[in-house]
Design a protein around this ligand. Structure first.
Ligand SMILES: [Fe+2]
Ligand SMILES: [Fe+2]
Length: 173
């Protein structure tokens, strides 16, 4: 049985993952409206990633005999100044998520919930990738500011991103 403190923390994080999906969906809309199909595609894949994170957590709470309780999702921003501003916002958001994942880990360690300590490790590693991928694009966009045509090349590159089902879901977990 899942300790109620861990259950509450994961339920809060399910809400935050859905909120993350909502933010990226809004960013996708911004790029669609700008006619930047590659950036929009990258965001569409990111929405699926965040939805899958919520699904992994949903499955774990149930597997441990807990109960998922869904809450209202905060509204996302809809306006940004530029692609760079969007990806800076995304990077800052992922840093917040990393802090939240780390706090769930801290709690699991504190109450000696070894199963959750092991399970949450996938998210610890995932957040390293999430920060790296957003940070990488921030770097490219900072550089592209002074290079005409570079933005179009980045848009083309991001158009190639495809969604891969995360391993905890691919394994049926
Ligand atoms: Fe996530
Ligand atoms: Fe994320």
């Amino acid at each position: 049985m899942l300790d109620t403190r861990v259950e509450d923390a994961i339920n809060d994080q399910i809400n935050f993952e859905l909120y993350s999906a909502y933010i990226y969906y809004s960013m996708q809309s911004w790029f669609e409206n700008q006619g930047m199909a590659g950036f929009a595609n990258w965001m569409a894949v990111q929405v699926k990633e965040e939805m899958s994170h919520a699904q992994i957590m949903f499955n774990y709470v149930n597997e441990r005999g807990g109960r998922v309780l869904l809450k209202g999702i905060d509204g996302p921003s809809n306006e940004w100044e530029s692609p760079l501003h969007i990806f800076q916002t995304a990077l800052e958001h992922e840093q917040i998520v990393t802090g939240r994942i780390n706090r769930i880990m801290d709690l699991a360690i504190e109450i000696k919930d070894h199963a959750t300590v092991q399970w949450i490790q996938w998210f610890v590693a995932e957040q390293v990738e999430e920060e790296a991928s957003a940070g990488d694009i921030v770097g490219k966009l900072e550089w592209a500011k002074d290079a005409p045509g570079a933005l179009f090349q980045i848009d083309k590159d991001l158009g190639a991103r495809v969604f891969n089902v995360p391993s905890p879901l691919a394994a049926g977990g």
